[in-house]
Write a protein that binds this ligand. Structure first.
Ligand SMILES: Nc1ncnc2c1ncn2[C@@H]1O[C@H](COP(=O)(O)OP(=O)(O)OP(=O)(O)O)[C@@H](O)[C@H]1O
Ligand SMILES: [Mg+2]
Length: 217
């Protein structure tokens, strides 16, 4: 089956005895926006890193179009980390978007990247070092990097945290467009922000992560 398939996913960090994720199942298809809600420490970021192929499941499997997630990390998957400063690794804002774009599409992409930055009001910052951005600007940049080139799977870890209402609308619009173009999008949010985020996203699936399990909407 095409799409994202999570089957009986278990995960614990090396050296830890406690499982963070305990037998999760999930299916996502093209065009879906999926919201994963949870409290602090419930495992939202851990789950996204596994879907991104950055962490390997302890048990179970994660398939993207029938291929193991870790095999297609970066190529089919774009991720915005919860802490933008952990994400940046290049010398300019523009490169943060151009480099993942090249990896995904193989093309040049400079013009496309500049257009995307303009949409987000970041074009004037294209030559700046990413670490000089304000926290809201940095959040927008991670989202641009995650969606650039329309990867098959877009993973956004708390994309609405720390952004003002106007920026939140732009982010929601970009998420919708990305899904409409055929990507699968998984977004996490604190349970406390549930109402606002659901209103912005109108997700096709909602999951609540609690005690390592998905306990429904
Ligand atoms: N590298 C690590 N080693 C050991 N335990 C970890 C590690 N990273 C995270 N954890 C633990 O795993 C659990 C889940 O963490 P995670 O960051 O996935 O939660 P979260 O739902 O994203 O939380 P938040 O809402 O605060 O972002 C927490 O108890 C955390 O302390
Ligand atoms: Mg987190």
């Amino acid at each position: 089956m095409q799409g994202l398939i999570v089957r009986d996913l278990w995960f614990k960090y090396p050296g830890s005895r406690k499982f963070v994720l305990c037998g999760l199942d999930m299916k996502v298809t093209s065009g879906e926006v999926v919201l994963v809600l949870g409290r602090n420490g419930s495992g939202k970021s851990t789950l996204l890193k596994i879907l991104a192929g950055v962490l390997e499941p302890s048990r179970g499997e994660v398939l993207i179009d029938q291929v193991r997630a870790s095999k297609v990390a970066g190529k089919l998957t774009g991720m915005a980390l919860q802490d933008p400063m952990h994400q940046f690794s290049f010398t300019t804002v523009l490169e943060e978007v151009v480099v993942p774009l090249r990896i995904r599409s193989g093309g040049k992409g400079r013009k496309y990247a500049l257009r995307l930055l303009r949409r987000l009001g970041l074009e004037g910052l294209a030559g700046r070092p990413p670490y000089t951005l304000s926290s809201g600007e940095a959040r927008l940049l991670t989202i641009a990097a995650a969606v650039a080139g329309r990867p098959r799977l877009v993973l956004l870890d708390e994309p609405f945290t720390g952004v003002d209402p106007y920026q939140a609308l732009i982010i929601a619009e970009i998420i919708r467009e990305t899904a409409l173009s055929g990507s699968m999008v998984v977004v996490t949010s604190l349970l406390a922000a549930r109402e606002a985020v659901e209103r912005l996203l109108n997700p096709s699936q909602r999951h609540k992560l609690e005690d390592g399990r998905l306990v429904g909407p």
